[in-house]
Write a protein that binds this ligand. Structure first.
Ligand code: CA
Length: 493
């Protein structure tokens, strides 16, 4: 027995640390760098078909790794999508499917945040020996108990709210003036940046500031000889549309002013990622760093984004709301020029990362995604018989999207259900509900089943939302999943 145990121990040790000829143990687990953009459209990066926005650095990484053409986030807007990434659970199952909207100390929402009982992936990786850092936008609760440093991040640099202005010399001025005038409800978009709970003296355009901090962290981790998990959550290109003049100048050919500024904001992210890659090379870590790039939701076409060829915009359960550009870059394991067309979810990051880190999950931890690494390496389908869902609470009704293999059902507002072969009809143009009523019915039934485990939201975005839930007019699943009448409706003939 003792021999077996020792062998087992040795095996565990060898799998984490390869002992070199000099006898010095070397880390073999990968570093993990997540680059999350905010409201970046499906078609707003070169590697996904953009013709007007140039993203040479991102394109290089994408082409030297695997591009995911059917990557979904768990919700079509910011807060709940981020909640899903961090918890590995659909936001409806943790009561977090509305945005937290303000981090002023005067706001009721100050006491709201993702429940502390939900162990973040950062915590799991931290416990497995990773140096963990969150940079940029948080949006997961601003009260002390929800702070990144309390939820598994050794380091935090950025802001706690849902968005931010970009030029420190401007927003600092606004903030100071507001403080002096005694305003107790200052808009969080002008709060100073913070570093581990203390105000930071940021001087750069904040996208550049975040890239700089990520580079610093990579160096810190290299010195510590720890693998790292860096969650770099740029707020770009989320509104306000503010870009550096030198970046805007690169896009003089774009006529539309919003699109031009938006393009410059995306380009600033690209520049930053280029510098980060340089730092990874300098510290000899590029080969064994898994870089995951994605957006937290679809682009907002009212603010310069382009989701072509997808239908819909940020907030929708049409593909344009929650199907996002994504790639994995990991030279040590992932071959160049890969394209992964099977559907995957941002919910898969948690189980995939914890497996790569050989981390132990908390007892009873529930995860809604899958460890997709083997599928990515072998080009096999992770979600064979399983759905990838999206549901957005609206005022009195729900928008729903649910994908199973080649098929997707969508319900937007009071429009009837539609059914699309999403592989052939990526733009959701041809409704096949009338042709395949049984398939539609079955998919609706399975999606309704999914909602049976939802919990009541812990907060609401508006007073009206709260009233609708308290008066029983929400969630109104009965109307959402009503099917017989709809299948027979003239819309489906
Ligand atoms: Ca967003």
């Amino acid at each position: 027995m003792a021999i077996h145990f020792n062998h087992f121990k040795l095996f565990l040790y060898a799998s984490v640390l390869a002992v070199t000829t000099t006898g010095i143990a070397q880390e073999t687990r990968p570093n993990i760098l997540v680059v999350l953009c905010d409201d970046l459209g499906y078609a707003d990066v070169g590697f996904n078909g953009s013709t007007d926005i140039i993203t040479p650095e991102l394109d290089k990484l994408a082409q030297n790794g695997s591009i995911f053409t059917s990557a979904y986030v768990a919700h079509p807007f910011c807060g709940p999508s981020r909640s899903a990434i961090m918890t590995g659970r659909y936001p409806h199952l943790t009561g977090t499917a509305y945005n937290l909207f303000h981090n002023s100390s005067q706001n009721d929402d100050d006491n709201m945040g993702i429940p502390v009982e939900e162990t973040y992936m950062a915590k799991v990786l931290q416990k497995a020996g990773y140096y963990t850092s969150a940079i940029g936008k948080w949006h997961l609760g601003s009260a002390p108990k929800f702070h990144p440093n309390k939820r598994g991040f050794d380091n935090f640099y950025g802001f706690l709210g849902g968005g931010h202005d970009y030029f420190p010399h401007e927003y600092n001025k606004t903030y100071d003036a507001q403080m002096q005038s005694g305003n107790k409800n200052i808009r969080d978009y002008v709060f100073p940046m913070e570093h581990n709970g203390k105000p930071a003296n940021e001087t750069e355009y904040i996208t550049d500031g975040f890239s700089r901090e990520a580079s610093n962290d990579i160096k810190i981790a290299a010195k510590k000889k720890q693998p790292f998990f860096i969650y770099l959550a740029y707020n770009a290109p989320h509104v306000p549309l503010q870009a550096k003049a030198e970046d805007i100048a690169k896009f003089a050919n774009i006529k539309d002013k919003d699109r031009r500024t938006y393009a410059a904001m995306v380009y600033a992210v690209d520049r930053g990622v280029g510098k980060i890659v340089e730092t990874l090379k300098e510290t000899n870590q590029l080969d064994n760093t898994l870089i995951v790039f994605l957006s937290d939701n679809g682009g907002n076409f009212d603010h310069g984004a382009n989701n072509y060829p997808l239908k819909g915009t940020k907030g929708d359960t049409w593909e344009g709301g929650y199907r996002v550009p994504m790639f994995f870059h990991w030279p040590k394991k992932i071959k160049k020029q890969q394209r992964f067309d099977f559907p995957v979810s941002s919910l898969d990051l948690y189980p995939t990362f914890s497996e790569l880190a050989e981390a132990k999950l908390p007892e009873g931890k529930k995860l809604d995604g899958k460890n997709i690494m083997d599928d990515v390496l072998q080009n096999t389908e992770p979600y064979k018989d399983d759905f990838i869902y999206s549901l957005r609470y609206r005022e009195g009704y729900n928008d729903v999207g649910a994908r199973l293999g080649d098929w997707k059902i969508t319900r937007m507002g009071n429009e009837p259900w539609s059914l699309h072969n999403i592989t052939k009809d990526i733009g959701e143009k041809k409704n096949l509900a009338g042709r395949y009523p049984e398939r539609l019915k079955e998919m609706i039934a399975r999606t309704e089943e999914w909602t049976k485990s939802f919990v009541k939201p812990l907060w609401y975005y508006s007073v009206k939302d709260k009233e609708l839930w308290e008066s029983g007019q929400m969630p109104n699943y009965e109307a959402t999943f009503e099917v017989d009448k709809l299948v027979d409706s003239p819309y489906h003939k």
